[in-house]
Design a protein around this ligand. Structure first.
Ligand code: ADP
Ligand code: MG
Length: 399
């Protein structure tokens, strides 16, 4: 990784155009969860302290290149100002005379939020003309939106090509954590991939088997692997049409020296209901009406032993139907064990994915993991080994 950070930048008096992720949950024009606003604070505060003029650039929702009043970023101003303890100015446009006038009025340390950049048709097209128009209001570009880095848009990629570009604090933290998990990790590296379906995680599985020392497959997708090996999975969720694909992934893992850990026992029930009567079954004892909803105790013990034997863990996807207790047990127990190892400095534990983050929150261990990514699509594309255009543009700056 060769990107520049704010420590490398000369900030005093400079106009810093900062791409943030303010795509926050809103209801009736009010921000209902300010997690993403808080995530941007370290970068904003560092820039203010350095004497920069802070110009925030973000998208909200999908206005598709047109001005949609309900998709204005204006409702972000007040909660952000409160969090910062400083005024936040707002410009009704992200480019043009309105934006320029607002930028020209800034003093060092001031903060300005520009209107939803996706109101501009050139944003999602990564139109160089829009990148130039945005760049006219900045001396340097700071990208702090890892979650948007899998898109090559004018504000996430194009700008890094026309202004000196730096990774913001949140971006830097995320890239360093991801590099510690898959880029240049301490070995042995263990992966856990769970979730419902193999079909949604093919690229991810194929990339991981080439990089990991061990890969534990759990959740509904493990059923497809078990069935491909001749196990009768009863009434469980299973993509029988992907049996060949599953066998191919198993063969690749073997060829690349990645040990696959598939379930050796399972928790089954006939219904997915809270508190449903559940039974532990060995793989040869699954009944026709049984639905596999969680990993069994032997499987969990083996996974925990694998964690103990690893230096790094990278995790995407729950091991069971964690939304419906008691089928959250394997996920919660595994998460607790990983968190304890991470806290004790024995394991670098990195996790991400929408439902994975929710599951770790259920377990109450998010804070104890080394890093939990809330980036969604960008995190998954990174786990799939894909180049993220927004990150590539930061790296190429340095050459
Ligand atoms: P993420 O959002 O973290 O990438 P996924 O969307 O791939 O994760 O998977 C999460 C979903 O997988 C959850 O809704 C969970 O209920 C489901 N799941 C896990 N195990 C099973 C199972 N054995 N059968 C059916 N669904 C499962
Ligand atoms: Mg999901």
């Amino acid at each position: 990784m060769t990107f520049k950070t704010l420590d490398d930048a000369d900030l005093a008096g400079k106009r810093a155009l900062v791409r943030v992720d303010f795509n926050v949950p809103m209801a009736d024009g009010r921000v209902t969860d300010d997690t993403r606003l808080r995530a941007a604070l370290p970068t904003i505060e560092k820039l203010r302290k350095g004497g920069a003029k802070v110009i925030l650039l973000a998208h909200f929702d999908r206005p598709k290149g047109k001005r949609v009043p309900e998709m204005s970023l204006k409702p972000v101003v007040e909660p952000l100002a409160k969090l910062l303890g400083a005024p936040v100015a707002f410009a009704d446009d992200s480019v043009g005379p309105t934006a320029k006038a607002a930028v020209d009025a800034l003093q060092p340390g001031d903060v300005l939020l520009l209107e939803n950049v996706r109101f501009e048709a050139g944003e999602e097209k990564n139109d160089p003309a829009l990148a130039q128009a945005l760049a006219a209001n900045g001396d340097l570009y700071v990208n702090d939106a890892f979650s948007a880095a899998h898109r090559a848009h004018a504000s996430t990629e194009g700008l890094a090509r026309v202004l000196p570009a730096y990774a913001g604090e949140q971006m830097r933290r995320e890239l360093q954590a991801l590099d510690a998990a898959l880029g240049a990790p301490k070995r042995p590296v263990l992966g856990i991939v769970g979730g419902s379906k193999v079909s949604t995680k093919l690229d991810l599985l194929n990339n991981l088997v080439g990089k990991l020392d061990r890969l534990a497959i759990g959740g509904g997708m493990a059923n497809t692997f078990l069935a491909a090996q001749g196990v009768d999975v009863g009434a469980s969720l299973c993509e029988h049409d992907l049996a060949d694909t599953a066998r191919q992934i198993m063969a690749t893992a073997k060829a690349k020296g990645c040990e696959l850990l598939l379930p050796v026992d399972v928790v089954v029930a006939e219904k997915v209901e809270p508190g449903a009567a559940s039974t532990v079954r060995d793989l040869d004892a699954i009944g026709a009406a049984d639905r596999i909803l969680d990993a069994g105790p032997k499987t969990l013990a083996r996974l925990i032993a694998a964690m103990d034997a690893s230096a790094t863990l990278v995790w995407n996807g729950p091991l069971g139907v964690f939304e419906v207790p008691p089928f959250d047990k394997a996920t919660v127990d595994a998460a607790n064990h990983a968190a304890q190892l991470a806290k004790a400095g024995k394991l670098v534990a990195v996790a991400g994915g929408g439902d994975t983050v929710a599951a770790l929150n259920v377990a109450g261990v998010t804070e104890d993991f080394t890093f939990v990514s809330t980036a969604g699509g960008a995190f998954l594309e990174w786990m799939e080994g894909k180049t993220l255009p927004g990150v590539a543009a930061l790296n190429e700056q340095v050459g």
